[in-house]
Design a protein around this ligand. Structure first.
Ligand SMILES: [Fe+2]
Length: 247
C-alpha cells in the first residue's frame, strides 16, 4: 500500500504543475462562510483537486464584505478548525491556514485604521475592488495600509475589473501594491477581455502572486486546464513570483 502511494507521488513531482509555486494564497475552501465551499465535503473535494495539481499549502481567504459576508476572525478560524479536523480524520496531509479577502467597501478604511485586517505571511493583506466601479479614495487607503498598518497590500485579480487598465495596475504597483492574478483568467474562464488583460499583465511583468480563487468544481477544472497555457508556463518557470515567500 505504502509503495503504491509513494510511486504515485513521485510521478506527480516529476510532472509540470503548480508544485513550482507550492502555495495557493487565495481561495474560498472554508466550509459554509461565504460563496465558496458550503459543506466540509465540498471543501475536501476542492482541496484534493488542488493537491492533484501540485499545491502543497493553501491559504484560505473567505470574503469579508459588510453587505454579504460579515466574517470575523472568529467565524473564519472556527471554519478553519472544522476543516482541519475533517482533513485529519481523512488522513489528508496538506498545510492549511486562513487569512481573508477584504472587500473595499465603506468599512474597509476603518478596519485598516484599527489594524484589524487578517493577513498572510509577513503582513500581506489581500483585498478586492468592486466589479462595477473603482473606489474613489483607493490610492489614499492603500497608502494608509502601508504607512499606518505596515501592511503589504495585494490587490486580488485586477484583470477582472473592467474599468482598470494595465497602465493603472502598473502605476498602483509602482506605489507598492502587489498584483495577484487568477490563473484561470488565462484560460478565458471569465471571457476574452479578462484573458487579454491577464496576458498583458504577464507580458508587462506586473504579476506578483498567482492563485486559484477556488470556489467550486468548475474553478478546479479550469485551474488544471490553465497549466496548458503558455502564459502560465512563463509565470511558473521564468518569473519572480512571490507565492514562495508564503511557504
Ligand atoms: Fe476571491
Amino acid at each position: 500500500m505504502l509503495n503504491f502511494f509513494k510511486k504515485k507521488e513521485e510521478k506527480k513531482i516529476a510532472a509540470f504543475n503548480y508544485d513550482l509555486i507550492a502555495v495557493d494564497m487565495h481561495s474560498h475552501v472554508l466550509p459554509g462562510i461565504d460563496d465558496g465551499a458550503q459543506t466540509v465535503e465540498e471543501s475536501v473535494y476542492l482541496i484534493k483537486k488542488m493537491m492533484d495539481v501540485g499545491i502543497k499549502k493553501i491559504i484560505a481567504t473567505p470574503h469579508i464584505m459588510v453587505d454579504f459576508y460579515r466574517n470575523t476572525p472568529e467565524t473564519i478560524n472556527g471554519a478553519l478548525e472544522i476543516l482541519k479536523a475533517e482533513l485529519k480524520k481523512q488522513n489528508i496531509d496538506i498545510e492549511i491556514e486562513a487569512a481573508a479577502e477584504h472587500y473595499f467597501d465603506e468599512t474597509f478604511e476603518k478596519r485598516v485604521e484599527e489594524k484589524k485586517l487578517m493577513t498572510m505571511g509577513d503582513n500581506y493583506a489581500l483585498f478586492e475592488y468592486s466589479f462595477i466601479s473603482p473606489p474613489p479614495n483607493a490610492f489614499e487607503v492603500i497608502q494608509k495600509m502601508m504607512e499606518w498598518g505596515s501592511y503589504k497590500p495585494i490587490l486580488a485579480h485586477p484583470e477582472r475589473y473592467p474599468y482598470m487598465t494595465v497602465e493603472e495596475m502598473a502605476n498602483l504597483r509602482g506605489w507598492g501594491c502587489n498584483m495577484q492574478l487568477n490563473t484561470i483568467s488565462l484560460t478565458g474562464y471569465y471571457g476574452k477581455d479578462v484573458k487579454k488583460k491577464a496576458e498583458s499583465m504577464v507580458d508587462n511583468d506586473i504579476v506578483d502572486f498567482i492563485s486559484s480563487d477556488m470556489h467550486h468544481p468548475k474553478h478546479a477544472a479550469a485551474f488544471k486546464d490553465a497549466l496548458n497555457y503558455p502564459h502560465l508556463e512563463k509565470l511558473l518557470f521564468n518569473y519572480p513570483l512571490k507565492n514562495i515567500m508564503l511557504k
